[in-house]
Each structure stands twice: as structure tokens, then as C-alpha cells.
Write a protein that binds this ligand. Structure first.
Ligand code: ZN
Length: 84
């Protein structure tokens, strides 16, 4: 029974992101990159992000993005005016 304790650590699928330069390496949560191939940072700067539900690849996300782009343009104009 005590052996089951070892299996307590769950291996998750996701991606490791270099907090120094933003480089992303896909992999499992128990396979931290040794170092960043982009900026040569040590593996300790990598942070693991678990994959969300596969829902994110749905079309709904795209719609949201377009909306955001429209908003951004509007916001920028207003901000410029305010600065003056
Ligand atoms: Zn890096």
C-alpha cells in the first residue's frame, strides 16, 4: 500500500516558458528544460503552464480576438487625445 505514494506525483501535459525571454518549450511537467536555447538561461527560470481544456481551440476564441482588436484601436485614439 505504501508504494502507491510514489504515484502521487501527477505528470501534466503543457509547456515550459522561459521567464527571461519568453521562449516556450512543449513537454511534460516533470521534464523541466535544462536551459533555454534562446537566451541560455538555466532551467530554474522556466515556469510550467498546464494545457487548458481543448476548448481554447474553438472558434469562440477567434471571435473574441477580433473584438479585442477593434477595441484597441478605439482606445488608442482616446488615449492620444487625453495626453494632449
Ligand atoms: Zn530564454
Amino acid at each position: 500500500m505504501s508504494l502507491s505514494k510514489v504515484r502521487d506525483v501527477e505528470v501534466l501535459e503543457g509547456e515550459w516558458e522561459c521567464m527571461d525571454c519568453g521562449y516556450i518549450e512543449e513537454g511534460a511537467s516533470n521534464r523541466r528544460p535544462k536551459r533555454c536555447p534562446e537566451c541560455n538561461a538555466p532551467g530554474s527560470v522556466f515556469e510550467f503552464f498546464e494545457y487548458e481544456d481543448e476548448d481554447w481551440s474553438d472558434d469562440g476564441e477567434l471571435e473574441e480576438f477580433e473584438d479585442f482588436d477593434d477595441d484597441l484601436d478605439d482606445d488608442y485614439d482616446y488615449d492620444d487625445d487625453d495626453d494632449d
